[in-house]
Design a protein. Structure first.
Length: 87
């Protein structure tokens, strides 16, 4: 017999789990690395457009995140969802 494991949390369960916690979305891009040094505005725009379309694939709970790559596929940063306490 297979062991039961819970499925993904529903929106209500996520809210209850985080009831006393503030949550922030953090995007960090190193402006001194990769293609960003050549065309900062263009590369940042491309990164933002890519992740704006891709974020729907994540539940956006604390601990979620991914590396961010420039157009040469070099890692230049990361995004994450973090829990904070107060303000």
């Amino acid at each position: 017999m297979e062991k039961w494991t819970p499925g993904p949390l529903t929106g209500v369960e996520q809210f209850l789990e985080l009831e006393a916690t503030d949550v922030k979305f953090v995007l960090e891009v190193d402006l001194n690395e990769g293609k960003v040094t050549e065309d900062g505005a263009g590369e940042l725009g491309r990164i933002l457009r890519y992740w704006a379309g891709n974020l729907r694939r994540y539940p956006l709970r604390p601990g979620d995140g991914s590396a961010v790559h420039d157009s040469d596929y070099r890692e230049v940063g990361q995004w994450s969802v973090v829990a904070t306490t107060g303000g």
